[in-house]
Design a protein around this ligand. Sequence first.
Ligand code: KG4
Ligand code: ZN
Length: 331
Amino acid sequence: MNILAIESSCDETSVSIIKDGTKEISTVILSQMNTHANYGGVVPEIASRMHVENITLVIDEALKKANMKMDDIDAFAVTYGPGLIGSLLVGLMAAKTLAFIYNKPLIPVHHIAGHIYANNLVKRLEFPLIALVVSGGHTELIYMKEDYSFEKLGGTLDDAVGEAYDKVARVINVPYPGGPLVDKLALEGEDTYDLPLPLNDSSYNFSFSGLKSAVINLAHNERQRGNTIIKENMACSFQNRVVEILVKKTMRALKDYKVKNLIVAGGVAANKGLRKGLTEACLEEKINLIIPEMKYCTDNAAMIGAAAYYAYKRGDKAGLDLNAKAVTELK
Ligand code: KG4
Ligand code: ZN
């Protein structure tokens, strides 16, 4: 089954053709990052306009790269949410139009299911598993008993981890997108700043806004005293707290649910500190850890095409009345 998938939930226009949920035939990603960098963050209105300009070009390019025609496509898949509403609508309209014209099924995919199934393109998922989803909009621990079954164990009560990275980056004068740069600085610094371990409790929930505020306050106080902040050390201290709590709660979930498979998904899965922390903990606990290659960590349509195959098998199929959802739980 060849699925043509479309992802446009934020600032990447991406189209991919995936065979049977596991084989990537072609993927095209058009990033708007350079445009948004001028504004220090994604501007929703600009993002949706750019998706409109690019979507048909990206669809054509994905087919060309695959050496396929529309007749070779068996179904169309699209991210319906969560994300920026204007951005989502562009991908959704394109997918609906294609499904209508070619009279093929339309498969709705939750963005986070996509991030999880990015791993399926690297290695077939083994169940039961725990997924740690860490991105600009999400920080969630999810238990999966089998394909396309999602039970949320916990999530962030305020900022997502990627969001906290981007905000901390701004405080220490690191340009957008801050996450990867803070990660890089952290590896060059030392853990010298006294920052709290956030929401260190017995739940599976997370909270990063307190930690972010602690960084802001510390930076402010240092500046008032006429001291300069050592960026590398602040990044390192922040990253160490984030990694410690993520690793701690994830390892506890694995133990409590007696699960031996862990997958990490979302943009922050690219974080070197997190990769190292989880790799070490999983080695010790004999947990089978899968973290996708960098290219599958950030937003792409390949992950949507992979998830769509299992969504379709579960019976997920949308009509032409499918609507975009800015906020929606993974079910
Ligand atoms: O999954 P993604 O591409 O988009 C969302 O669905 O949110 O994740 C983007 C987020 C941004 O907040 C970015 O700063 C963060 O992931 N990020 C990182 C790293 N690479 C990307 N955060 C920390 N360390 C990184 N290496
Ligand atoms: Zn994402």
